[in-house]
Design a protein around this ligand. Structure first.
Ligand code: SF4
Length: 364
């Protein structure tokens, strides 16, 4: 495209955006804190569900100071259900960095924003342009799709070369006088018109500039290098419980290591195996300080398959009904009284469901 075509492209794109964009709460503000929150949440979920989380976070943590001074469990609890807790951890760490090292003032340069924990090129570009009107691009999956189709490019989007190439193309199209509106419009075009399958080329404001318009090629773009290999993990959870009329019993739980999936979230005693076969339990029993004779009977709950980006988790849950009450579980297990289960900080989604069903089944 020559310069005059680029101007024309920008003009049509912006006109379309003004008339058709979705009114979203984080678009009505230039507060970098709120824009950042919305961007981090939207990396995990779709707009409809993200809106709920956004309001919840803004209400509980209206500014960077309140987020920075919250406890980690409190932040995780609010994040519960979104998955990939590393993002919540980075959100918290970044808020603390802004308060402790930047005097509580959200950074206003692209480089400084990029230096915050968990903030990558897209998020930094989004905050820099939406909040501070800086002339930098914000290239997310939507924009990559639009760009690859505009130029009918088979440059793979998940390679270093692709990332560099598409960013450079995005920069040539950027309206540097209106970067916020321009970036929002490119993202919205990908979300509403240039959709992953069956793009709506007839309604597209920039179809005249597109080399894939009304072509089957559009459905095949963008190209990716290859799928990430998904590994399977087999998690077998065991819940020792003691039934009495008063429901006076304690369940052993611990928070997970912060270097694995579900970092810092709470879980039951676990045996991980290389196959889905039920494991031998001697080691777990000795870790918990109970013997086989103490187990009256076992009851399996429905098993669950849970998918993460690079992992498929096959999860089984087994209730171990004990003959006697245990009120002291050996470290690292914490003694969680049955009645306080619901008050614990965040659980991974599959465990949260089991906790809920335990409470419904066994609460007095
Ligand atoms: Fe996407 Fe079609 Fe518009 Fe091209 S013309 S950008 S393929 S919606």
């Amino acid at each position: 495209m020559n310069l005059s075509q680029i101007r024309d492209f920008q003009h049509r794109l912006h006109q379309w955006y003004d008339a058709h964009h979705r009114p979203l709460p984080w678009r009505d503000t230039t507060d970098p804190y709120r824009i950042w929150l919305s961007e981090v949440i939207l990396q995990q979920t779709r707009v409809a569900q993200g809106m709920e989380y956004y309001h919840r976070f803004v209400e509980r943590f209206p500014d960077v100071f309140s987020l920075a001074s919250a406890s980690s469990p409190e932040v995780y609890k609010l994040w519960e259900g979104l998955g990939y807790y590393r993002r919540a951890r980075h959100l918290h760490l970044a808020a603390q960095k802004i308060v402790q090292e930047m005097g509580g003032v959200f950074p206003s340069s692209y480089r400084e924003i990029l230096s915050l924990p968990g903030v990558g090129a897209y998020t930094a570009g989004a905050i820099a342009s939406f909040a501070f009107d800086l002339p930098v691009v914000a290239v997310d999956g939507n924009v990559l799709r639009v760009l690859s189709r505009l130029w009918a490019s088979d440059l793979e989007i998940d390679t270093t070369e692709g990332a560099k190439g598409y960013r450079a193309w995005a920069q040539t199209l950027l309206d540097t006088n209106h970067p916020a509106q321009h970036n929002q419009a490119m993202i919205e075009l990908g979300a509403l018109i240039c959709t992953p399958t069956s793009p709506h080329c007839s309604d597209c404001p920039v179809h005249e500039f597109c080399l894939s318009v009304h072509s089957p090629l559009a459905n095949q773009l963008p190209k990716k290098q290859g799928k990430v290999k998904v590994k399977q993990r087999n998690l077998h959870y065991y819940l020792p419980i003691f039934l009495s009329e008063s429901q006076e019993f304690w369940i052993p739980m611990r928070s997970r290591s912060d270097t694995d999936i579900w970092a810092s979230l709470f879980e039951f005693p676990l045996v991980e195996t290389s196959t889905q076969e039920p494991p031998a339990l001697e080691e777990l029993f000795s870790e918990l300080g109970i013997t086989v004779q103490e187990v009256l009977r076992q009851e399996s709950l429905p098993s669950v398959q849970h998918k993460l980006t690079h992992r498929t988790l096959e999860i089984s849950f087994t209730l171990l009904f004990l003959r006697e009450m245990h009120s002291e579980w050996k470290a690292p297990w914490q003694n969680i009284h049955f009645s306080s289960l619901a008050e614990l900080p965040a659980f991974p989604v599959p465990i949260a469901r089991v906790v809920q069903s335990l409470i419904e089944t066994y609460a007095v």
